[in-house]
Ligand binder design. Structure first.
Ligand SMILES: Cc1cc2nc3c(=O)[nH]c(=O)nc-3n(C[C@H](O)[C@H](O)[C@H](O)COP(=O)(O)O)c2cc1C
Length: 183
């Protein structure tokens, strides 16, 4: 690949990963691209927290507990554990919260662009990613484990990364349905 349009059209969220590590250099390249996202007033609202090998099992454990509850059979818990620990890397993307509501909204837009930049750079090098949100990204224990202060920062998502085991499809409404032209 190498053409921006092709990378955008080809990228898909990756749900299943091989065990292969993501090269550190590529990860840093993707993050350098992330912070080049458009950003009104240059607020630099993004923070990226790479979850290391000691912290990861703790995050995974919490994820499994939140997804499965107390009642789930052990086999199901194991499956969820395997899925959550599958991606080679987990980056927690955080937004520094501005006091002004409008600025916060615009900052969120910048952080979203940063995530897309990152995922496109990774994809171009054959690395898949998934942006996820849910109980675990909102849980106070996650904030604590990741050193995120909920008073001043918000977790925008978990970005899972790794080499894809398989790649799915993701249909979109045709452009004509979402496009209007004014005279
Ligand atoms: C804000 C946001 C939150 C998302 N959360 C999840 C999630 O929790 N679980 C998941 O499987 N995918 C999640 N996704 C990924 C979307 O499901 C995915 O982008 C969509 O299905 C389109 O597929 P594509 O990325 O392959 O084009 C999220 C995407 C965004 C932008």
């Amino acid at each position: 690949m190498g053409n921006t349009y092709d990378v955008i059209m080809d990228r898909r969220t990756t749900h299943f990963y091989t065990e292969q590590e993501v090269p550190e250099e590529l990860l840093m390249r993707a993050l350098e691209a992330a912070i080049r996202a458009p950003n009104h007033k240059l607020t630099n609202p993004w923070r990226f927290i790479r979850v290391g090998k000691e912290t990861r099992p703790k995050v995974t454990e919490l994820g499994v507990n939140l997804k499965c509850g107390d009642e789930a059979p052990e086999a199901h818990r194991q499956r969820v554990y395997k899925k959550l620990s599958g991606p080679a890397e987990l980056i927690v993307v955080v937004q520094a919260l501005d006091e002004n509501e409008m600025r916060r909204k615009e900052d969120y837009a910048s952080v979203a662009c940063a995530i897309q930049n990152m995922s496109l750079v990774l994809w171009e090098e054959g690395v898949g990613s998934k942006w996820s949100t849910g109980k675990v990204t909102r849980h106070e224990q996650t904030y604590e484990m990741c050193g995120v202060d909920p008073e001043t920062e918000e977790i925008v998502g978990f970005i899972w990364m790794g080499y894809p085991l398989q790649t799915g499809k993701s249909p979109r409404k045709p452009l004509e349905e979402v496009y209007r032209q004014l005279p």
